[in-house]
Ligand binder design. Structure first.
Ligand SMILES: C[S@@+](CC[C@H](N)C(=O)[O-])C[C@H]1O[C@@H](n2cnc3c(N)ncnc32)[C@H](O)[C@@H]1O
Length: 204
């Protein structure tokens, strides 16, 4: 059982690294996020039986494990991932969750096709700091369309990339659309260290 888990973990890490080598800007990290970052990404989120959750860029499932463990209703999860090989891994690992091979630039229409109610929570692993301005804007626009009163958007940014113009621009654009974000303490127990950032749509 333990061997099984370890080899599954290694398979995920290897695929992740392989995809990073082929497409560094889209993958945005050399290894999946740590369980410590995953826990911080899920900390204090409203996940009740009626809540729906959208995950953008689940990769090999570093956050998905924790989402699945805290989500009462598996039918209320949607993951949108660009890389088909990651989606294949995710579907094997989480047969009761729904993954879409697709681009977060079309997140609104992809999510609408599921006919679920608007997401209460959007968890994003997307590497916004490495996206071109137009890509960033298109994805933020989709997030804006998906958010409703009381919903939460959460992502992370690496400390070493936090001051990059593209990272600052992303935060400013989001702050203009939603109330100013909340930033966690530095998570030194993730490599590289990161901040968790949360935006809430005003309303309830
Ligand atoms: C930094 S990795 C994070 C993966 C995982 N959430 C984690 O924390 O280990 C970014 C992920 O976003 C995916 N991605 C990048 N651009 C995307 C896009 N436009 N639409 C959907 N997924 C995208 C990549 O394929 C990759 O799986």
């Amino acid at each position: 059982m333990l061997n099984n888990l370890v080899s599954k973990k290694h398979r995920g890490t290897l695929s992740f690294f392989r995809e990073f080598v082929c497409n560094p800007l889209a993958v945005g990290a050399i290894a999946p996020s740590s369980p410590n970052l995953a826990k911080a990404m899920l900390h204090n989120l409203p996940l009740h039986s009626e809540d729906t959750i959208l995950e953008l860029g689940p990769g090999t499932g570093a956050f998905t494990h924790f989402i699945r463990a805290s989500l009462p209703n598996a039918e209320h999860y949607v993951g949108i991932e660009l890389e088909p090989r990651f989606v294949h891994l995710l579907e094997r690992e989480f047969p009761d969750l729904h993954f879409i091979t697709g681009n977060a630039e079309q997140a609104f229409s992809l999510y609408q096709q599921t006919q679920l109610k608007a997401p209460s929570v959007i968890i994003s692993g997307l590497p916004f700091a490495s996206f071109r301005r137009q890509v960033q804007d298109r994805i933020v626009n989709n997030i804006h369309q998906l958010m409703s009163a009381g919903s939460v958007f959460r992502t992370f940014q690496y400390v070493h990339a936090y001051a990059l113009p593209s990272a600052v621009r992303f935060r400013h654009t989001m702050d203009e659309l939603f109330a100013t974000h909340q930033r966690s303490q530095v998570l030194f127990n993730n490599l590289p260290p990161a901040y968790v950032l949360t935006w809430r749509m005003a309303g309830c």
